[in-house]
Design a protein around this ligand. Structure first.
Ligand code: ASP
Length: 337
């Protein structure tokens, strides 16, 4: 029987970090030695794998569009040679990278599983071993044929995932979407939640560096302070609003700013600060003005998905009206209307 083969792409992050005098940092070559010590990966049930180490290795706080394009290119160039892909990544921005890749990898029909760890493999009690071994199995199995994120017993849709905890081992969840699989003694897939890949040919859409701003409103926010940020220089603005899409209406300051950015060509997407639930523009007076000003609803999308989706849509050669329309449609299962 053909033995499944997975490509591990190592970008950096805690999983491969070692202690240095300035705190944890990724060390070139360390991860391949650490992986060679994982006995489970030598078992006959384990898939074959190759390791691709990116350079430089990064703390994921330093990940940019450049690295997203690089990861996308590695997957694209080796797509036919492997049954699936595991991307080892820092946890801090893993949900952003997972979201970005979900949009960039058009027509994907193989698993791409992002994982990492809260405790490095170089330390006792590392959660990296299970995260890596299970991710490899998921990538080889080919049941979840989409961009997903595996962490501490949960397989999540990548563009629905959020980092929930800075210190718990169960660090991720997808509050607005069921788990793709729950992993205990067995890997139990939730088949009705899995994406059904379409027949489109596999293609990589590289991202351009799109000027995007995120503004989180809070009680008493002085909008005038943000006037210099909310300009026509921005292509996309993600507003993190209260509850179902509400903003403070005092002073009528935000709407003129949004209208200005909107006239300058920006697309304004409205997310909620609540981890779960959806935006319903117009449900309250304090949100209907956003709709009138031309903002679009991000429904139950995460901020990570909204930011990367804007980045993806602006990288395509399509009109602003089309971008607005697509922001409100599900492209990769990132939102529920
Ligand atoms: N700062 C680290 C990173 O995101 C945290 C981690 O990997 O858990 O690269």
């Amino acid at each position: 029987m053909h033995k499944k083969k997975v490509l591990i792409i190592y970008t950096g992050g805690t999983i491969g970090m070692c202690r240095t005098e300035n705190g944890y940092a990724p060390i070139d070559g360390y991860l391949s030695d650490a992986i060679a010590d994982i006995a489970d990966l030598k078992r006959p049930e384990a898939p074959l794998f190759d390791l691709y180490e990116m350079s430089p290795l990064l703390d994921s706080s330093d990940i940019t569009v450049r690295e997203w394009n690089k990861i996308g290119e590695v997957i694209y160039n080796s797509y036919d040679a492997y049954d699936g892909f595991v991307v080892l990544h820092g946890t801090d921005t893993m949900a952003y990278t997972a979201s970005a890749l979900s949009f960039m990898l058009e027509g994907l029909s193989k698993p791409v599983v992002l994982t990492g760890s809260q405790i490095p493999l170089s330390e006792i009690r590392s959660d990296g071993r299970d995260n890596l071994v299970t991710s490899l199995l998921v990538a080889a199995e080919g049941v979840a044929r989409e961009v997903c994120l595996y962490f501490s017993g949960k397989l999540l849709r990548g563009n629905r995932s959020v980092k929930m905890s800075a210190d718990r081992l169960v660090a991720f969840d997808s509050p607005n979407y069921p788990h793709l699989a729950d992993v205990g003694i067995s890997i139990i897939y939730n088949r009705s939640a899995l994406a059904s890949p379409d027949d489109k040919p596999f293609r990589l859409q590289r991202l351009s560096e799109i000027p995007i701003g995120v503004l989180k409103v809070f009680p008493g926010i002085q909008f005038s302070l943000f006037e210099t940020i909310m300009t026509e220089k921005l292509s996309g603005i993600v507003l993190e609003t209260f509850g179902a899409g509400n903003i403070p209406s005092y002073g009528g300051e935000l709407i003129p700013m949004i209208s200005k950015a909107f006239k300058g060509g920006a697309v304004v997407a409205v997310c909620s600060q609540c981890p779960s639930g959806t935006v319903t523009l117009g449900a309250y007076e304090t949100s209907s003005q956003l709709k009138r000003a031309g903002a679009v609803s991000a429904f139950d999308m995460t901020t990570e998905a909204a930011v990367t989706k804007l980045s993806y849509l602006f990288s395509l050669d399509i009109s602003k009206e089309k971008i607005k329309a697509l922001m409100e449609e599900s492209l990769r299962g990132e939102l529920t209307k």
